[in-house]
Design a protein around this ligand. Structure first.
Ligand SMILES: Cc1ncc(COP(=O)(O)O)c(C=O)c1O
Length: 417
């Protein structure tokens, strides 16, 4: 009698627990009732710095962590399994990029892709000339390659932007020289989210038979990066901005385009990127690209609506004290660069740091204490630049998190003012 009562009680509690499990649509995971009631803190609003791993990506990696360890160059079935997984991932990356799979080379991330594209194209064009056009808003993974090339005898023109953080195509055209061998302008800026006119720049490059590279580390998965005939010849992708792990990336090299090798070794990745392939992370990047393409509309709408709610919330609470850097409509759907009047951005970020995570610049190279070169290129005055934060939402961001963040940030701003 006692034992059947226990059984009934157990079944009831079990069923109840099952009922309270809710699907968190945005996060794509099941949460228990209690977990669903509790918002995860601190609220993460720095998706441009890096993204959490997508659960589907993690699941795709698992078999390659504990089972399929074969070297992709081995001819027996264990090796062939890894080889097939790499080729499958190449197709998935190519689908998001809108190119042929044989135009994709796997790298260790955005930095390596940029190095390879820029230095490789510059050295390959050496005989034609030694002039490169770039912008002053590029990530250090582009900027410092250009600086290195200057030390190696290249000349680099650094273009500034309009007040909204966009490079002007006419400036690119005016900077052209008979010895220009490469134009490298990013697809979207990591600090302001400003989307660059890559189609127009691609046209200019094509008309003048100059190679064009774009750093799409921030745009992949957020806006359409598909390559057209007149688009870039080289395009960089970084996995960890796309819900894949850190330390994996890809470089699109248009068929027929020859760039100089930077590494020498075996014939992996057609010899362009030798060394035994990082199968686990390549599989992850492939899955991340597949998910990004499949969920593009849904994720775009989550990012855009959370960004809009954040801006509206802050405007209604701290009103005239806010300035938006960049045009809302011409920036990435997830990125807000906001300057608060009379505020030190560092103080603000540390005051709210236990509750909300935001960036005071480009997170991967912040902490220098200097005014961001991106804001300088946009002609933002030093006082305004000092009060500027970057807030970036992602596919896991909820309205609940945004409302909380608005309250925390605006209370802090009013306190510091
Ligand atoms: C625009 C841009 N390019 C390149 C990179 C570097 O990518 P990775 O960290 O994969 O080397 C980043 C990372 O912050 C970035 O935002």
């Amino acid at each position: 009698m006692m034992s059947s009562l226990f059984l009934i009680l157990f079944l009831y509690l079990h069923q109840r627990a099952g009922k309270t499990r809710v699907l968190n649509e945005a996060k794509g995971i099941f949460l228990s009732g209690r977990e669903a009631d509790e918002m995860k803190k601190p609220v993460y609003l720095d998706y441009n710095a890096t993204t959490p791993l997508d659960h589907e990506v993690a699941a795709a990696m698992l078999p390659f962590i504990d089972k399929h360890f074969g070297n992709p160059s081995s001819s027996y079935s264990l090796g062939r399994y890894s080889r097939n997984a790499i080729e499958q991932a190449r197709k998935q990356v190519a689908a998001l990029t809108g190119c042929r799979p044989d135009e994709i080379v796997f790298t260790s991330g955005g930095t390596e892709s940029n190095n390879h594209a820029i230095a490789g194209a510059a050295f390959a064009g050496n005989e034609k000339g030694r002039h490169i056009i770039t912008s002053s808003i590029e990530h250090p993974a582009v900027m410092n390659v250009c600086r290195y090339l200057e030390l190696s005898g290249f000349e680099v023109t650094y273009l500034s932007t309009d007040e909204y953080g966009s490079v002007r195509p006419s400036d690119v055209e005016n900077a052209l020289r008979p010895d220009t061998v490469l134009i490298t302008i990013m697809h979207a800026n990591n600090e302001t989210g400003a989307i660059q006119p890559v189609r127009e720049i691609g046209d200019i490059a094509k008309r003048n038979t100059i190679l064009f590279h774009t750093d799409a580390a921030q745009s992949a998965g957020k806006i359409d990066i598909r390559i057209s005939d007149r688009g870039p010849d080289l395009l960089s992708i970084a996995g960890h901005k796309l819900y894949a792990p850190k330390g994996i990336g890809a470089l699109f090299i248009r068929g027929g385009v020859k760039i100089e090798n930077l590494m020498y070794g075996g014939d992996q990745e057609k010899g362009i990127r030798p060394g035994t392939e990082n199968v686990i992370h390549i599989v992850a990047l492939g899955k991340a690209c597949e998910v990004a393409l499949r969920d593009f509309e849904k994720n775009h709408s989550i990012m855009l609506s959370t960004k809009a709610r954040l801006l509206e919330g802050l405007q209604s609470r701290v009103g005239g004290r806010i300035k938006l850097n960049g045009k809302f409509s011409d920036t990435l759907p997830n990125t807000l660069s906001i300057s608060f009047d009379n505020i030190d951005a560092g103080e603000l970020a540390s005051l709210i740091g236990k509750e909300v995570l935001i960036s005071t610049g480009a997170a991967c190279h912040s902490g220098s204490g200097e005014i961001s070169p991106v804001l300088r290129a946009m002609n933002v005055d030093p006082a305004t630049a000092a009060g500027t934060v970057r807030i970036s939402t992602g596919k896991f961001t909820s309205f609940e998190e945004i409302d909380y963040a608005v309250r925390i940030i605006s209370d802090a701003v009013l306190k510091l003012n």
